[in-house]
Design a protein around this ligand. Structure first.
Ligand code: 5GP
Length: 190
């Protein structure tokens, strides 16, 4: 994927969608298919899940360090989600955009709104589940969260699904490969 000849600045692509829809798998697939795309690593205060690696999946931080970085203006956007803080470290995103690269963010809805307000040229893509039942099954079947957390995430998912009309593009995640290729095609078309 390359950015058009007239744009010196890179392109910011923001992918969002309800918890359990498979956004992170789709986003990882995009990077596999097109290694020129840079996936921004977010910071979070949530506990590391099994298999997650600091600096690759997230920068895992304690609440004090997160708050300090936010006060210093170190985040492009930040939000609370299901009891934890998440944020996009600003410096690397800006440097890569300045170098003309394509930068991908995978974030939740409040963050999308902040990014769109700050950088209206960002392309926002909503990854939708094939149906509500599929989403519920995926979220319960993941086995990484307890019942209360799943219930909380499903509540948030309802709000997120209702916001899909705010996005520039909607891609249904029927198949990870198809969804990843559809997003790459959208970026190439702009
Ligand atoms: P999880 O805890 O399942 O990894 O992520 C929970 C939610 O936080 C997901 O919807 C994910 O997209 C979102 N998220 C991850 N990183 C960021 C970030 O930097 N900013 C915002 N606003 N949301 C994020």
């Amino acid at each position: 994927m390359t950015v058009g000849p007239n744009s010196d600045r890179g392109q910011l692509v923001v992918v969002a969608g309800p918890s359990g829809v498979g956004k992170s798998t789709v986003v990882r697939r995009i990077v596999e298919l097109d290694p020129e795309v840079h996936l921004s690593v977010s910071a979070t205060t949530r506990t590391k899940r099994e298999g997650e690696v600091d600096g690759i999946d997230y920068f895992f931080m304690n609440a004090d360090d997160f708050a300090k970085l936010r006060e210093e203006g170190g985040f492009l956007e930040s939000a609370q989600f299901a009891g934890n803080s998440y944020g996009t470290p600003k410096r690397e995103v800006e440097q890569r955009l300045d170098q003309g690269q394509i930068v991908l963010l995978e974030i939740e809805l409040q963050g999308v709104r902040q990014v769109k307000a700050a950088l209206p040229e960002a392309m926002t893509v909503f990854v939708a589940p094939p149906s509500w039942d599929v989403l519920r099954e995926r979220l319960s079947g993941r086995g990484t969260e307890d019942e209360a957390t799943i219930a909380r995430r499903l509540e948030v998912a309802k709000t997120e699904l209702a916001a899909q009309s705010e996005f520039d593009q909607v891609v249904v995640n029927d198949s990870v490969d198809d969804a990843a290729r559809a997003i790459i095609a959208l970026v190439c078309d702009t």
